[in-house]
Design a protein around this ligand. Structure first.
Ligand code: HEC
Ligand code: HEC
Ligand code: HEC
Ligand code: HEC
Ligand code: HEC
Length: 357
């Protein structure tokens, strides 16, 4: 950013702080310190604890991000903006670019990243009754609860575009419905109100991963007296592509056929490459990064470069077998945080054996 623009923002900030001081009504406690998220902790301990357990709180200290081949301890400056962001209400909502923060970067995506708008705190579109007299003087703004808040950081990985293209917006189902579950909060006077969890569960959370899909199997007649095991995998619960994220994640559907004597059939394509330790047949769901050769292979094999499951989509994976030789099949769905993880390092979110009669 140009020095002039930075100065202008600084000036606006200063005006904002003064504004916040004057907006306090008589009798309220000390104003919240809008220069650091740590000031929110004293009064919002429950929200703080949820946030502290979230990946938003780890975004600047996450070992996966710090790795040499990733941000190299953030020596790659272009990685800083979303992982230690200045408030998005200030840099622009929707598909605007995020600006890096220069203080307390270790707090990652912190309270102020989402709640500060220069000199004020942004609150929910439907504020609680207590909010009117709150020391932090939140100003209600419906944009806080909208996907436009998530977009500056999450649309680089295309998640918001994918949601927009799905049937969820029409049904009124937004990011918050699946990623910010309702929780009960206790006010100072002992009464309760409805809040929203700040844990933001996603790909690191088994329960959330289990909600993303349904899997069915069918056995059909094949060629020359053979049969075909058809595994039908549906993205039935993610409001965007599954696995979400245009860069890191991979999902492997692995089918292992077993003979009557228990011996497993080797891979159909002969190879046991790195990260493919198991299975007779495998299909990978993933959006390969930029110029990776996997894009071309996908295009040849499946007619599309990106094999992520689109919201609502069902893919049929067909594994032909000889019923005289094969007795059963093991079907595994392995979710990998990075495409280079080994089968045993991933999360096995489905694992079942079926008899092939
Ligand atoms: C200012 C940037 C920013 C904003 C705004 C933001 N996020 Fe994030 N979010 C991140 C970053 C960076 C991570 C990755 C942290 C890590 O794992 O290192 C993340 C992680 C997540 C994860 C967890 C993924 C996992 O690995 O389990 C979910 C879910 C999520 N965000 C949802 C949302 C939703 C929904 C919104 C909007 C309400 C939102 N985020 C707003 C930057 C942001
Ligand atoms: C435009 C915003 C943005 C920028 C710039 C950005 N990231 Fe991220 N990063 C995110 C978001 C959002 C997530 C979580 C999203 C998800 O998993 O879909 C994330 C997640 C990650 C993760 C996965 C973390 C985990 O625990 O699984 C890694 C690794 C990562 N980023 C590395 C980088 C590197 C390296 C750079 C610089 C080359 C970078 N990021 C730049 C937004 C960004
Ligand atoms: C001195 C105590 C105090 C501090 C410090 C404080 N808040 Fe608050 N905040 C409150 C109280 C009290 C409410 C009213 C909530 C209620 O209804 O009980 C509130 C309300 C809110 C709301 C709106 C809740 C709603 O349902 O409308 C948001 C958002 C919020 N605070 C964010 C923050 C952030 C972010 C910080 C740190 C910059 C912060 N607060 C610092 C006491 C505080
Ligand atoms: C990734 C963005 C994001 C971060 C980070 C974040 N919030 Fe929020 N917060 C939201 C959204 C979105 C809502 C509005 C939910 C709604 O409209 O129902 C919200 C609602 C709230 C509320 C009112 C509802 C409730 O659950 O009580 C409070 C208070 C609050 N946030 C405080 C904080 C504090 C304190 C922090 C830091 C520890 C924080 N938030 C970090 C996005 C965020
Ligand atoms: C109908 C429920 C639903 C909606 C709506 C939804 N998500 Fe998700 N989201 C999921 C499920 C389930 C997962 C876990 C499976 C996956 O990673 O795709 C997930 C995963 C994620 C992740 C984690 C990716 C990772 O790599 O760890 C991010 C980030 C995310 N969603 C952001 C968003 C954003 C931003 C929106 C709104 C534009 C949104 N989600 C809307 C259900 C939903």
């Amino acid at each position: 950013m140009k020095r002039g623009a930075r100065l202008a923002i600084g000036l606006l900030l200063a005006i904002g702080f003064v504004g916040a001081l004057f907006s306090l009504r008589g009798g309220t406690a000390v104003p919240a310190d809008l220069s650091s998220s740590t000031s929110c902790r004293a009064c919002h301990a429950d929200v703080w604890d949820e946030w502290a357990s979230s990946w938003h709180a780890q975004s600047f200290t996450d070992p996966l991000v710090l790795a040499k081949e990733q941000s190299d301890n953030f020596r790659k400056q272009e990685c800083i903006p979303c992982h230690a962001p200045a408030p998005v209400f200030e840099s622009g909502l929707g598909k605007e670019r995020v600006i890096e923060r220069f203080s307390e970067r270790e707090l990652g995506v912190d309270c102020l990243s989402c709640h500060r708008n220069y000199g004020t705190i942004v609150g929910p579109g439907t504020p609680s009754s207590g909010a009117a007299n709150a020391p932090c003087a939140p100003i209600a703004d419906a944009r806080l609860a909208s996907p436009a808040l998530c977009a500056p950081c999450h649309n680089q990985h295309l998640t918001v575009d994918e949601w927009e293209a799905s049937s969820y917006p029409k049904a009124g189902v937004t990011c918050l419905d699946c990623h910010m579950q309702p929780v009960e909060r206790t006010n100072g006077d002992g009464t309760t109100r409805r809040g929203r969890s700040h844990r933001f569960p996603g790909g690191h959370d088994l329960e959330t991963l289990h909600k993303a899909f349904t899997l069915r199997t069918e056995i059909q007649e094949g060629a020359n007296g053979g049969k075909v095991l058809v595994v039908l995998l549906t993205n039935s619960g993610a409001g965007h592509n599954f696995p979400a994220d245009a860069r890191h994640r991979a999902l492997d559907l692995v089918v292992t056929l077993q003979q009557h004597d228990g011996i497993e059939l080797p891979p159909r394509d002969g190879g046991r490459g790195y990260g493919r330790e198991r299975g007779t047949a495998r299909r990978r769901f993933r959006n390969p990064y930029r110029e990776e050769t996997e894009r071309l292979t996908n295009k040849e094999q499946f007619g599309r470069e990106n094999t992520q499951l689109i919201a609502g989509e069902t893919v049929a994976f067909e594994v032909p077998f000889d019923p005289a030789a094969v007795a059963r099949a093991r079907i595994e769905l392995i979710y990998k945080l990075t495409p280079i993880q080994l089968d045993d390092e991933g999360a096995r979110i489905h694992d079942a054996a079926i008899e092939l009669r």
